[in-house]
Ligand binder design. Structure first.
Ligand code: G6P
Length: 366
């Protein structure tokens, strides 16, 4: 069936807007009425798993990096995350008890598929998180978990990213349940929090007019930095990736604490620095990094919540206030302003948003 733009100017805009609804589908698929997680095909037996290797490319790789924070924190399982094109040539040792998880929207990315076959050759159990259930990666996995995002046409991944995050969060919670690292009430609260995400995403989408206005100014920049700490660090990488992919503005993402080890040398009044920082337990540290930027006349766009804006919004170039979100799942919600900023900046620059130059939706060559 042909997918239409349904009145939107671009597929990317439609796919950004669809996130609350497709995420709701994914949550209903994996969470039963009583709030229990149900993975298909007997699920994953974590009693035999002592570490995880996660392998992917592009935005899917950044979903894995985010999941590393969740799985290590919630389930106490060590996680290695690899870029697929690096993984197999490095010939990594794969100790007994390693579970390999491959994440791919298309399920056809050549490097990810080759990495999967490498693990298959080592007789590993293979789990994949895919959007296309009939894809090669899904077919060659022992267990394929669909993300149920629906067809994604825009080259820059949006709804697939947030749906990947949801399925990976469920894997983290399921691992924690089986390993007994979370007590039942805490587990139930996290599951309820995940279920509340579609409603929160709707509230985040409502900030779009403000984002559009900021993006018009951002479109004048030639270099942009994104900063984040903890699980917001992979999101800073994703924000930079999205922006460079579709607006062609040079953008880099950094862990906030790394600023002083290099990127601060680039900061002056012409470089917007986008700080992704909900008011979490690391907020004060991120704010002090932000002040280092401001002391060098850097233009800070602080993306935060009401409390963060009240505590640290003074003196920044722009402050974008996001709806409240449980700390654990903030990366899911903050993906939306990152996507909308990239989208509206690209629209302001008049680039081909859905088919950016030199990029392909699915890269089936090495
Ligand atoms: C391409 C796309 C990206 C995507 C990456 C991985 O580079 O442009 O949006 O994140 O491939 O694709 P996959 O289908 O494996 O998730």
């Amino acid at each position: 069936t042909r997918v239409e733009k349904a009145g939107y100017k671009h597929f990317m805009a439609k796919e950004i807007a669809e996130q609350p609804s497709v995420m709701g589908d994914a949550l209903r698929h994996y969470i039963g009425e009583g709030g229990q997680i149900t993975l298909p095909g007997g699920g994953i037996d974590f009693s035999r798993v002592s570490r995880l290797t996660m392998v992917a490319c592009g935005t899917a790789y950044l979903a894995c990096l985010t999941a590393k924070y969740w799985i290590e924190q919630l389930a106490g399982l060590p996680v290695d995350v690899d870029i697929a094109s690096e993984f197999r040539y490095r010939e990594p040792p794969i100790p007994e008890g390693t579970l390999a998880i491959f994440v791919s929207q298309s399920g056809e990315t050549a490097d990810t598929l080759a990495a999967l076959r490498f693990c298959e050759g080592k007789a590993q159990r293979i789990v994949s998180v895919v959007n296309v259930p009939e894809s090669s990666i899904a077919r060659e996995s022992d267990l394929a978990l669909p993300i149920l995002a629906g067809a994604e046409i825009g080259v820059a991944s949006t709804k697939a990213f947030t749906c990947q995050l949801v399925v990976l969060a469920l894997i983290a919670l399921e691992a924690a349940r089986q390993r007994g690292t979370l007590d039942a009430p805490t587990l139930a609260r996290h599951i309820e929090d995940l279920r509340s995400m579609p409603g929160r995403l709707n509230a985040a989408l409502a900030t779009e007019p403000r984002i559009e206005a900021i993006a018009r100014q951002l479109s004048e920049a030639t270099d942009v930095l994104f900063l984040g700490r903890g699980a917001m660090y992979p999101l800073a990488l994703e924000g930079a990736l999205k922006l460079k992919e579709i607006s062609y503005i040079h953008a880099e993402g950094y862990a906030s604490g790394e600023l002083k080890h290099g990127p601060i040398a680039l900061v002056d009044a012409t470089v917007p620095v986008i700080v992704m920082a909900p008011h979490d337990r690391l907020f004060d540290k991120t704010v002090s990094n932000m002040h280092e930027v401001m002391a060098r006349s850097g233009k800070v766009l602080l993306v935060t919540d009401t409390r963060g804006a009240a505590e640290a919004g003074d003196g920044v170039w722009q402050c974008l206030v996001m709806p409240e979100v449980p700390e654990l799942f903030a990366p899911i919600l903050y993906a939306l302003p990152a996507q909308m900023l990239a989208y509206h900046t690209a629209v302001a620059k008049g680039t081909d948003v859905d088919q950016p130059r030199n990029l392909a939706k699915s890269v089936t060559v090495e």
